[in-house]
Write a protein that binds this ligand. Structure first.
Ligand code: SIN
Length: 495
């Protein structure tokens, strides 16, 4: 077994050029709101406290919902052009503060500063994109079968939206939802991941500066009362839609809580992405695609490759090439320029990765690089061969840096194995046969397919899953539709 050296380091947090972007209060009606009950937020790389934020509950959530409902009256009547201009200004403000925002992101989430800068640009792109969609919320005219009537449709914002966010993309998951919501004319109450509130709060500071009206964006921070906050958002009749990114189990709970008020739902839930390498693939491209897909965010994305299937004839070659590159990764603090991969978010994440690895090894898999917990929240990027269908990794999303390689023989077999999961978010495959590229793309039961690409996320393209990976699409020309109703107007009495 090859091992790699970690360079877990203690680093100095870079100074923010604009320290006022670091806010330690919640944000309701354009006011910074504190509370005596707070919770601590820690740097996942060191365990050191970054700061505190209010631990809010039902009462503050109701206040935020009331504010969002009140401000919806005016915001929903603004023109698309007004919303365009404000979203564009917010985009510009984010990009002007990219370095500070990336610093806050790395500090609370752990990903490297390079990845964090990328996330800020990716996140901001949703505001640019949805600014441009705000002015294109077209309705339709329908040829009427009745001589005295005219039929048309208009799109209208659904109302105040409850947004519940994960820890892994503290900026981009917020902007992907809020961009679409605001462009459509909705107001929002956001609950950021308890581990990563500061990125969301920094965005609120910028929103206020660029003139987004009071009450349009509200952020409730919560840790101990998170279940109550979620339930309030899902059951309060003033909230008309829930947009959630997180686990399938929590998604199902929120969905059932939302049923009583029949809310519109966007659910970006768990995945179990297959990554298939056929023997006609460009092997080096496939290795690079697997590295990008598997180890982005230290394996903590819902579109990460979870099951890497390699056709038997090229299996050993692929494993060697992948292991050689993974062996060069440097694990450490996200602020250390030498670091390629940061820590996992917390000890529960480390325990899960360890459990998945132990299960695989105990059932006969072999670690060919990595394989060790490094203390704290660090875990070595790992490659494991000899994976089989009975192992936990085959059936459960690891959300960590283990690349488990399974062998397969035929196209028919691998389509069946790839689809043999309740999840259907993303799938990837590498092949240079154009007929196969079409066949496999069409047969994979997922919302997104990377055919010869390991990174598929873009504001231009629809992000979302099928089966138990969720409902709705984010980004793209479809993203705004999740935040509108289509109203049909029948104009009669026409002579
Ligand atoms: C996610 O992991 O939820 C999102 C990943 C992405 O936007 O690429």
């Amino acid at each position: 077994m090859t091992s790699m050296k970690s360079i877990v380091t203690s680093v100095t947090v870079p100074k923010l050029s604009d320290p006022s972007l670091f806010r330690q209060e919640a944000f309701i009606n354009n006011n910074w709101v504190s509370k005596t009950e707070t919770f601590a937020v820690e740097d996942p790389a060191t365990g050191e406290q970054i700061g505190t934020v209010p631990d809010m509950g039902i009462e503050e959530t109701r206040q935020a919902i009331d504010v969002a409902a009140d401000s919806f009256k005016n915001w929903s009547r603004t023109t698309g052009k007004e919303r365009h201009d404000l979203l564009k200004k917010w985009y510009d403000a984010i990009m002007a503060n990219q370095e500070d925002l990336a610093t806050i992101l790395t500090w609370e989430n752990g990903k490297t500063l390079t990845e964090a800068r990328g996330e800020i640009a990716y996140g901001a792109s949703f505001y640019e994109w949805f600014a441009e969609e705000a002015v294109r919320m077209y309705g339709t005219t329908i040829p009427s079968p009745m001589p005295g009537q005219r039929y048309l449709t208009i799109k209208q914002p659904v109302g105040p939206v409850g947004i519940i966010l994960p820890f892994n993309f503290p900026t981009a998951m917020l902007t992907r939802k809020v961009g679409a919501a605001l462009a459509a004319g909705c107001t929002v109450v956001i609950k950021p991941g308890a581990e990563v509130p500061y990125s969301a709060l920094a965005l609120c500071e910028l929103a206020k500066r660029v003139g987004i009206p009071a009450g349009v964006i509200n952020v409730i921070t919560s840790e101990k009362h998170v279940a109550d906050v979620g339930k309030e958002l899902c059951t309060n009749p003033a909230i008309k839609k829930i947009s959630f990114t997180g686990s399938t189990a929590v998604g199902k709970l929120l969905m059932s809580q939302s049923a009583g008020t029949m809310k519109k739902l966007s659910m970006e839930l768990g995945g179990n992405a297959p990554f298939i390498v056929f023997d006609d693939a460009d092997l080096d491209a496939a290795v690079d695609g697997a590295l990008a897909s598997k180890f982005r965010g230290t394996g903590q994305t819902c579109v990460c490759a979870n099951r890497i299937y390699v056709q038997r004839g090229i299996y050993n070659q692929f494993a060697e090439k992948l292991a050689a590159k993974v062996g060069q990764f440097k694990v450490g603090h996200g602020f250390d320029p030498k670091t390629t991969h940061g820590p996992l978010i917390n000890s529960r994440a480390v325990e899960k990765v360890q459990r998945h690895l132990d299960d695989a090894v105990q059932k006969g898999a072999k670690v060919i690089v990595g394989g060790n917990a490094l203390g704290g929240n660090f875990f070595e990027p790992t490659v494991v061969t000899g994976m089989t269908n009975d192992m936990t990794i085959a059936n459960e999303e690891t959300f960590g840096p283990i690349a488990g390689l399974f062998a397969f023989d035929t196209e028919e077999e691998i389509i069946q194995r790839a689809n043999n999961t309740p999840f259907g978010l993303a799938a990837y495959f590498y092949s240079r046969d154009v007929g196969r590229v079409w066949r496999v793309s069409e047969q994979l039961e997922t919302g997104m397919v990377g055919a010869n690409s390991g990174i598929i996320s873009s504001c231009y393209a629809p992000f979302g899953g099928v089966k138990e990976s969720g409902l709705g699409r984010e980004g793209s020309l479809h993203g705004i539709d999740d935040y509108v109703h289509i109203k049909y107007i029948n104009m009669g009495g026409i002579q």
